[in-house]
Write a protein that binds this ligand. Structure first.
Ligand SMILES: Cc1cc2nc3c(=O)[nH]c(=O)nc-3n(C[C@H](O)[C@H](O)[C@H](O)COP(=O)(O)O)c2cc1C
Length: 218
């Protein structure tokens, strides 16, 4: 299968994608950013609810506000830590939350409240919260993942690098306010986008062999 817009081979895109965390200063054109959002829009979605929004943030001041909110959250988190080992671990983890403000564009991928048909019927009929959780198939968050992966592959096909980021979500309540979202909506991922910098030393990650993760039942 071939992407007709760029002539990229579909399997090449899958095989060569890797997370990119460092970008050149070149700003990706709006046309490319819209194409990436469109790839998200076209992803499969449980009951086709499409309870998502893809917000492309170019504005450095907004990115800075978001980064500051993440920084503040880590200060709060550190107050709960009583030993140096955990503090060092958190500092390492924090690194993977903080670089999004250096990306030329950051997508905030927003999950809008979706009421599961099954769960709402069971709840109406008096099922307890504990029992309900057993019937929660988490399809909404899976749909979000499908959209994000579409976006990431699309970006790669267009020559752009991405990093799918959940660690900054420690500040998701602040993101809601900064981005003017409704109370029930929440940012589930920041997806950074930019042209890969040659100094990004991130080589392709080793993956488990297929035999380790594939089981055949015949
Ligand atoms: C759900 C999800 C959340 C992630 N969150 C972060 C993150 O917060 N910060 C980060 O630097 N990378 C994050 N990553 C990127 C992973 O670290 C990366 O995908 C993994 O190391 C495999 O590398 P690859 O994408 O190059 O195959 C995330 C990836 C996924 C799928």
């Amino acid at each position: 299968m071939v992407f007709d817009s760029n002539g990229c081979d579909f399997f090449d895109v899958i095989y060569t994608r890797k997370t990119i965390r460092k970008y050149t200063n070149e700003i990706p054109p709006l046309e490319a950013i819209k194409k990436i959002a469109d790839a998200g829009r076209l992803a499969p979605c449980a009951t086709n609810t499409q309870n998502w929004e893809f917000i492309a943030i170019y504005d450095n001041a907004i990115k800075e506000q978001m980064a500051q909110a993440v920084n503040n959250k880590y200060d709060e988190i550190k107050e709960h830590l009583h030993n140096e080992e955990d503090q060092n671990k958190i500092n390492g983890y924090k690194y993977y939350s903080m670089f999004f403000n250096k990306a030329p564009v950051v997508f905030a991928v927003v999950e809008k409240k979706r009421v599961s048909t099954l769960l709402s019927i069971l709840e109406k009929n008096g099922m307890s919260k504990e029992q309900l959780s057993k019937y929660d198939n988490r399809s909404s968050i899976l749909s979000m993942g499908a959209a994000i992966e579409n976006m990431s592959l699309c970006a790669h096909a267009l020559g752009l690098g991405t990093c799918w980021m959940c660690a900054p979500l420690v500040a998701s309540d602040d993101f809601r306010k900064i981005l003017g979202l409704k109370e029930d909506d929440r940012v589930v991922t920041l997806l950074t986008v930019g042209y890969p910098d040659s100094c990004d030393s991130n080589s392709q990650k080793s993956k488990k062999p297929l035999d380790d993760v594939f089981r055949l039942i015949v």
